[in-house]
Design a protein around this ligand. Structure first.
Ligand code: ARG
Ligand code: ZN
Ligand code: CA
Length: 259
């Protein structure tokens, strides 16, 4: 791929109370954050520890809010649906994905071979967001983000108000895994990237560098990677290996999105 990959985005705002009916400005603040984070144009790349700087990846992906609906009619690229569901909670281990269905109080996905669907709603207190990896059911394809963790203005709340939940989830949607390899606290799981250090488990908050969790060298965990669980202000990089996975997705299972 020589040019920048353009990804058409539709945002489905599903709200019960008016607070969650977020503004267009909040939506656009998220698009701005995505475009910075996926292009290594976020100001905080200056905080990357020296040892990790050479690994910084630049995905060259541009996200834009579409101006037409699937039928070609002019459309703001934001759908708005009032729902009787107060919060889409996790009941047990089963994700409540009713925001993805008009028949169940949400909004249907737009064709996922042409759009990145982003649902923004109230996910309750525990969940910031989640994503569907490539290859899943088309009617559920996309990412879901709690409105309090969406964008950088409006109803977004610190420490998740820099738009990084969406950056993290969109990377999953592009087939990038958690940096600790999803093996609990073991030091054996892989994210299938050669340039991310192995680490024990996820990190939270704002760790201090270096944080060595499992014999992973002087620099230890790359907790400032978008695919850890640190606070928004503590995560600011993808690696080249992670970008290679994104590119494989954009030339493979999601190639129809970039025309
Ligand atoms: N899926 C993760 C969760 O819901 C998202 C973590 C995003 N982290 C962040 N700093 N925004 O917990
Ligand atoms: Zn995740
Ligand atoms: Ca681990």
């Amino acid at each position: 791929r020589s040019g920048v990959a353009l990804i058409p985005v539709v945002v489905h705002v599903v709200y019960n109370g008016d607070a969650a009916n977020i503004t267009e400005a909040q939506v656009d603040s998220q698009i701005v954050a995505l475009n910075a984070d996926f292009n290594a144009q976020n100001a905080d790349i200056s905080e990357i520890p020296t040892a990790f700087k050479p690994l910084l990846g630049e995905a060259r992906i541009r996200f834009f809010r579409v101006q037409r609906d699937p039928q070609g009619k002019r459309h703001p690229g934001i759908t708005r649906t009032r729902t009787s569901i107060q919060a889409f909670n996790q009941n047990g281990n089963q994700l409540d994905q009713r925001m993805k269905s008009a028949a169940q109080g949400g909004h249907d996905a737009w064709p996922s071979d042409r759009y990145l669907n982003i649902w923004v709603c109230d996910l309750g207190r525990e969940l910031l967001g989640y994503a569907q990896f490539p290859g899943g059911p088309i009617e559920k394809d996309g990412v879901v983000i709690n409105h309090t963790a969406f964008g950088t203005t409006g109803t977004s709340v610190s420490p998740f108000n820099l738009g990084r939940t969406t950056t993290h989830e969109v990377a999953h949607w592009l087939n990038v895994y958690h940096i600790w390899g999803d093996d609990g606290l073991a030091c054996s799981g892989s994210d299938y990237c050669d340039d991310t250090p192995n680490q024990a488990g996820s990190n939270r908050g704002r760790p201090q560098f270096p944080h060595v969790s499992c014999g992973n060298g002087q620099s230890g965990d790359m907790f400032m990677n978008f695919m850890d669980y640190t606070d928004d202000e503590a995560m600011f990089m993808f690696t080249k290996g992670q970008v290679a996975r994104m590119n494989a997705t954009l030339t493979g299972p999601r190639s129809s999105l970039i025309g």
